[in-house]
Design a protein around this ligand. Structure first.
Ligand SMILES: [Zn+2]
Length: 415
């Protein structure tokens, strides 16, 4: 077939078929039975491995991880989980951490090496740090533009109404390049749901950007806030562009109540992000999907002040979501995989996602018989391709010479 720059041969697709995938200009231009295509400028043998689209890391914090830095022991809250106290611990820890750009690169290398090629990161924007963190992460995003696509959320970690100057900072953050505006527990943190959401949705409306709000509130307080967010989403015509991260309260509801609110969330086109945290209730993934809700996932905190866990592996995250959700059948395991791939892409509004003609040639190889086995086994030794170019192999990101952009210049140093 004419025009193919690189032919990826013997790739096993999710449906079990063996295909040759032609790539040109960073996009998939052909998908043909293995051996059918003879004419390509270059060939890469996938060797029968499972070929899946790059993972979608839907929620991470590039500014606050200590991954690759010295170990900072976790400090427990004095009386149960308390967002205010955790924010205070974080400020203490950040003051003694390595420079932010270094830590962000460490985290990005980790995620890319595991196969994440699309990411949404929250970045602190509030009265305590101003726009400094965002300036740093915007620079790092630019450095990594050939390796991973990154959306940034202006995240008011210290609240909006309680942190002087934050409304104006959120507005400026979006002008500077943040793609979405965030929020944090409008009720329990700022103690003013309407006042908080007025600012968040005001910035979204003014700039025409999406919204992604951290909501840790449990039970009926969480459910109430979700309904308020859904109502504003519909009122502003922002369906498909608003996400609620964590939404722990959905995990506290009985089945009928969860179905009812799930139907409302789906109708409002609001997405729900979960990382299946280990120590409390989390959204019922299967129930919400059955109601038509877009459920996506992220690592959230990786080795930071909030918890010591996290390995940047979204396939491992799919396993955790499946494990905590009691997913056993192949369909259920495939659903967990969908959360970190196609549904994640839908939540982030990504163009050209998937293994299809016309899609971006962003894919990962997995040593697994099929998707359900991959979710259970979480195989390593992956090859990661961005725009048809190898960007990571054997858990290492490949550095390219920025001048030539033709071939690998040096491998990443071991840390
Ligand atoms: Zn978060």
């Amino acid at each position: 077939m004419a025009g193919i720059e690189t032919l990826f041969t013997n790739a096993k697709l999710a449906d079990g078929t063996l295909k040759d995938i032609g790539v040109a200009g960073g996009r998939i231009v052909s998908i043909a039975p293995a051996g059918a295509v003879q004419d390509a400028a270059a060939q890469v043998d996938i060797g029968g491995a499972l070929l899946v689209p790059g993972f979608v890391e839907g929620h991470i914090h590039l500014d606050t991880s200590f991954y690759g830095d010295k170990w900072i022991p976790h400090k427990a809250c004095t009386d149960g989980f308390d967002v205010h106290e955790r924010v205070a611990f974080q400020a203490e820890n950040m003051a003694q951490a390595a420079p932010m750009d270094e830590r962000a690169r460490n985290q990005l290398d980790l995620c890319i090496a595991n196969g994440s090629l699309q990411m949404r990161s929250h970045v602190m924007v509030d009265g305590s740090v101003g726009l400094k963190s965002l300036e740093t992460i915007l620079r790092v995003r630019e450095e990594y533009r050939d390796l991973i696509d990154i959306q940034l959320v202006a995240f008011p970690q210290s609240g909006i109404l309680k942190s002087p100057g934050t409304p104006a900072l959120l507005d400026e953050a979006v002008s500077m390049g943040a793609d979405l505006v965030g929020g944090l527990d409008p009720a329990s943190f700022d103690r003013d749901v309407n006042g908080h959401l007025d600012v968040v949705f005001g910035v979204a409306e003014c700039h025409g950007v999406g919204v992604d709000i951290h909501l840790h509130d449990f039970g009926s307080l969480g459910a109430f806030t979700i309904e308020e967010i859904c109502a504003r989403t519909v009122a502003l015509g922002l369906q498909g562009r608003v996400a609620i991260s964590h939404a722990y309260g959905l995990g506290d509801l009985d089945t009928d109540a969860a179905r009812r609110i799930g139907g409302g969330i789906a109708a409002a086109g609001v997405s729900i992000m979960t990382n299946a945290p280990g120590n409390h209730a989390f959204p019922p993934v299967a129930l919400l999907r059955a109601e038509g809700v877009t459920v996506f996932a992220g690592s959230d905190n990786i080795r930071d002040s909030w918890w010591p866990y996290g390995d940047g592996d979204m396939l491992g995250r799919a396993m955790m979501i499946g494990y905590r959700s009691g997913f056993y059948t192949d369909d259920e395991l495939s659903a967990a995989f969908d959360v970190v791939t196609y549904t994640g892409a839908k939540a982030l509004g990504l163009e050209g996602y998937g293994i299809a003609i016309g899609a971006k040639a962003d894919f990962v190889t997995l040593a697994a018989e099929h998707v359900p086995e991959a979710v259970v086994a979480v195989p390593k030794g992956r090859r990661v391709f961005k725009g048809g170019r190898l960007v990571a192999e054997n858990e290492r990101v490949i550095r390219y010479d920025a001048l030539s952009r033709r071939g690998p210049a040096s491998a990443r140093l071991d840390r």
